[in-house]
Design a protein around this ligand. Structure first.
Ligand code: UDP
Length: 353
């Protein structure tokens, strides 16, 4: 039995979508390890909600998401920073825990690591974005070998310390996702609506093919979304809001395919495995995490990055995909059991060293 203190992302409350895929990862890792008899406390911004896990809510002002900043941005903390408050709380309770697990992609947790008595594992959820963060992560990777975990090899490769990263992948509670054998004639796009996700390319593909595109997710950049609506007034798109997992899987499972159009090196793409679990093939730019998930021609298609015509060609080839293979891949590679085993193994290695 391990006593684990999970420190969540400081960019938003859990359950709001502001934190992106790491919100689901915190839920799933906590749920699986708690179910195995470990003691878990999750510490997160006020308003956070998890299913079946106790959350200690911490007040304070949210961090600005790193991906909206330039590479040379200085380290920024707002007044009454929720990130600083979370770590202040962790310092007080650290003696009750075997391991602290950091889920924030931010400078402060790495800087504070040497000042803690309790060992710290850092799960980083994005690829390289700023120089200051890269530098401090590289220092900690060297000083505390094996303590940095990532989703994928492609994500690790954006850092100078790639070889020292533990590759953990992702996983989901498959029982929450229903397999749908017969799709209707629609496509789906899921995720934070923000420039690094290049939703406009999926909308352009929907316009060319004439197949309706359903869009679900948190609008993180309102101006960006308004521009898309302005530029594609005649495209067959429909925005359905930000949905809970239960409603999301219902809404997307009838789609012919999920379109993933990342402009950045996507660290993983939790939406890919959620789609596969419903039997929905994934058409993605061959960049970052999706290249390690999708079996090209079998559970979806990998398309030349930034090529809308590539998306269209893949959409026109969907008939060759057997949706059952998609569900099967999710079951064999992305179950909660597989996820829990990988995290448990990583934690045990850290505590042994
Ligand atoms: N998501 C959701 N409701 C929606 C649309 C998306 O809960 O209506 C979640 C989805 O389950 C996934 C996350 O948003 O966990 C997006 O994460 P992903 O890893 O794909 O990308 P990130 O935002 O981390 O870059």
């Amino acid at each position: 039995m391990l006593r684990l203190l999970f420190l969540s992302t400081p960019v938003g409350a859990l359950g709001t979508g502001q934190g992106g895929g790491v919100e689901l990862t915190v839920q799933n890792v906590a749920q699986e390890l708690q179910q195995r008899g470990n003691r878990i406390e999750v510490v997160a911004p006020v308003g956070s909600k998890l299913q079946g896990i106790s959350v200690t809510e911490i007040p304070g002002n949210l961090q600005v998401a790193v991906q909206t900043q330039s590479r040379d941005v200085p380290i920024i903390l707002p007044d009454n920073s929720v990130l600083a408050n979370i770590w202040g709380y962790a310092r007080q309770v650290q003696s009750n825990y075997d391991l602290i697990v950091n889920f924030a992609f931010d400078w402060l947790p790495f800087y504070l690591t040497p000042w803690f008595d309790c060992p710290i594992a850092h799960f980083i959820s994005m690829g390289s974005l700023t120089d200051a963060l890269d530098r401090i992560m590289a220092q900690i990777a060297q000083q505390y070998p094996g303590t940095i975990g990532v989703y994928t090899k492609s994500q690790a490769n954006t850092f100078s310390f790639a070889d020292q990263c533990e590759i953990l992948g992702s996983g989901i509670d498959l029982s929450l996702y229903q397999f749908c054998p017969q799709p209707e004639n629609s496509l789906v796009w899921l995720g934070r609506i923000a420039p690094e996700k290049a939703l406009e390319d999926a909308v352009a593909a929907a316009k060319i093919t004439g197949i309706p595109l359903k869009i679900f997710g948190k609008i993180q950049d309102q101006d960006y979304w308004n521009r898309i609506c302005q530029d594609f007034q005649d495209a067959p798109i429909e925005y359905g809001g930000f949905l809970s997992t239960q409603h999301l899987q219902q809404a997307m499972s009838k789609s012919r395919a999920l379109l993933m159009t990342p402009r950045w090196v996507e660290a993983f793409g939790n939406v890919a495995i959620e789609a596969l679990a419903c039997g929905v093939p994934v058409i993605a730019y061959a960049r970052g995490g999706p290249t390690e998930i999708i079996q090209d021609g079998m559970t979806g298609f990998l398309v030349e990055p930034d090529s809308v015509s590539g998306l269209v060609k893949a959409i026109n080839s969907l008939a060759q995909i057997n949706r059952f293979n998609c569900r099967q891949q999710a079951e064999s590679e992305y179950s909660l059991t597989a996820l829990g085993d990988r995290f448990r193994h990583w934690f045990t290695k850290i505590l042994k060293s």
